[in-house]
Design a protein around this ligand. Structure first.
Ligand code: PLP
Length: 445
């Protein structure tokens, strides 16, 4: 599989020729500090020159194992051959017209694909944008326009982006919100389902959330409920079974638009094309981005035709929204997910990660929880014999992994979750080697 979707023919190996970061990366980091705003951080300050399959090669010649996919973006692998071919052909034809000035077929073909593939067989429409946050903003715009109501319900541990509205919808203060307010009004936060910490069934957790919505917001004021089917930045929190269907049912019964934010979970990542499918949940609107276009910036809102069509002509769009280059990449990416059966590959990857940490957890009670679906897995780290979040250990492991040539991401409201989002083009061998380095880091700390 790696040959088909692995991108540039890079040796699929971890190879360190300098310490990490190496001297050339350090030089570039010094330039970054002088030229780039300090608020734009870097988890692992190595400068990448090539990537494909399951590796990233840095400017010093180190080959690193990629367990992050640029935060769940390069599901098909970096520079996947179909994507490269489609993008190359597109840039040779035209690079931009602005779809809302003079349209082109690629945008429409992406909308058709999304309408066909997203959950539910009702009539749908799509609108394309550039980033996940932009898709979320537009989903809220559309829901408000359709319902003629203002309020929006979001959840504890939610992450929806960095624009003003989506910052307000995001739960975690540092680093996403601190000092960046005031935030947009009419956003209300309610408890989520966090089985490891709340011990509730899905139905019980939904009752808590719905009671709070009814008492503190009121369905008559509520335009939309928006939730990630597995919360990403908040800690890869998969809600207890029944939670999402109960919310959906309540929303439908109360004239509230039910929006799933599948920006991180979408496109094969969880072992199904969309995470909603695991419980047969059909949202009114779904937001997608990240894995949609093999690394090119593209996002979408897809949903019920009557809701999507309620906004007037000219009310939705943007100069670059649905760029022809990104659309060409998306069509090639979607074809790759389908023809390479990458949902199955995501499940295989998930099984390897779960088994690996399942074994390790037997002898290490700092691994409090192992959770996720498909190739979206996480371990939550705690103080021994308790559920007290252990952010120090989490940071130490990410640091150790980086120094050993593994790109590893953390997340979680309490900063104590290590998340695994490998490209679906990674080999079993590289994946296992990367996991072993995480195990070594645990043993060393
Ligand atoms: C669930 C979810 N929604 C929205 C966003 C924002 O996407 P973007 O960074 O492309 O604006 C993210 C990004 O991590 C996300 O995980």
């Amino acid at each position: 599989m790696v040959d088909v979707i692995g991108g540039p023919s890079l040796p699929q190996e971890r190879k360190l020729v300098t310490s990490i970061p190496g001297p050339k990366s350090q030089e570039i980091t010094a330039r970054k500090q002088a030229a780039v705003a300090a608020g734009v951080g870097a988890s692992l300050p190595v400068s990448i020159v090539a990537a494909g399959g399951g590796v990233m090669v840095d400017v010093d010649g180190n080959s690193l194992i990629d367990l992050g996919s640029g935060i769940a973006v390069t599901g098909v692998g970096n520079s996947a051959p179909r994507v490269v071919e489609a993008v190359t052909a597109q840039v040779q034809q035209f690079t931009h017209t602005c779809f809302t000035v003079t349209p082109y077929e690629g945008y429409i073909a992406v909308a058709e694909k999304l309408n066909e593939l997203t959950p539910g067989d009702h009539e749908k429409r799509s609108a394309l944008f550039n980033s996940g946050a932009e898709a979320v903003e537009n989903a809220i715009k559309i829901a408000r326009h359709y319902t003629k109501k203002d309020a929006v319900v979001v959840f504890d541990h939610a992450y929806h982006g960095r624009t003003n509205l989506t910052m307000g919808m995001t739960a975690k203060n540092m680093p996403y919100k601190d000092g960046f307010g005031p935030f947009a009004p009419e956003v209300y936060r309610v408890p989520t389902s966090y089985p490891y910490r709340d011990g509730l069934t899905g139905a019980e957790a939904a009752e808590v959330a719905i009671t709070q919505i009814e008492k503190q917001v009121g369905a008559s004021n509520l335009a939309a409920i928006i939730i990630e089917p597995i919360q990403g930045e908040g800690g890869f929190i998969a809600p207890a079974e029944g939670f999402l269907p109960a919310l959906q049912e309540w929303a439908t019964a109360n004239g509230v638009v039910f929006i799933l934010d599948e920006v991180q979970t979408g496109f094969a990542r969880t072992g199904d094309l969309f995470a909603a499918n695991h419980e047969g949940v059909v949202p009114d609107l779904v937001t997608t981005a990240k894995g949609i276009a093999g690394g090119l910036p593209l996002s979408a809102v897809t949903g019920r035709a009557e809701i999507m069509d309620s906004a007037h002509a000219g009310g939705l769009g943007g100069t670059y929204a649905g760029s022809p280059i990104a659309c060409a990449a998306a069509l090639a990416t979607i074809e790759t997910y389908q023809s390479e059966n990458l949902t199955e590959r995501a499940r295989e990857i998930g099984a390897i990660i779960e088994e690996f940490f399942g074994e390790l957890a037997k002898g290490d009670d700092r691994i409090g929880d192992i959770r996720g679906r498909g190739a979206m897995q996480a371990i939550e780290l705690v103080e021994p014999g308790s559920k007290t979040p252990n952010a120090t250990l989490t940071g130490a492991i990410a640091k150790h992994a980086g120094e050993q040539g593994v790109v590893l991401l953390t997340c979680g409201t309490y900063g104590n979750v290590i998340r695994f989002l490998p490209p679906l083009s990674i080999s079993d061998e590289l994946l296992r080697e990367g996991l072993q380095i995480v195990a070594d880091a645990l043993a060393a700390n």
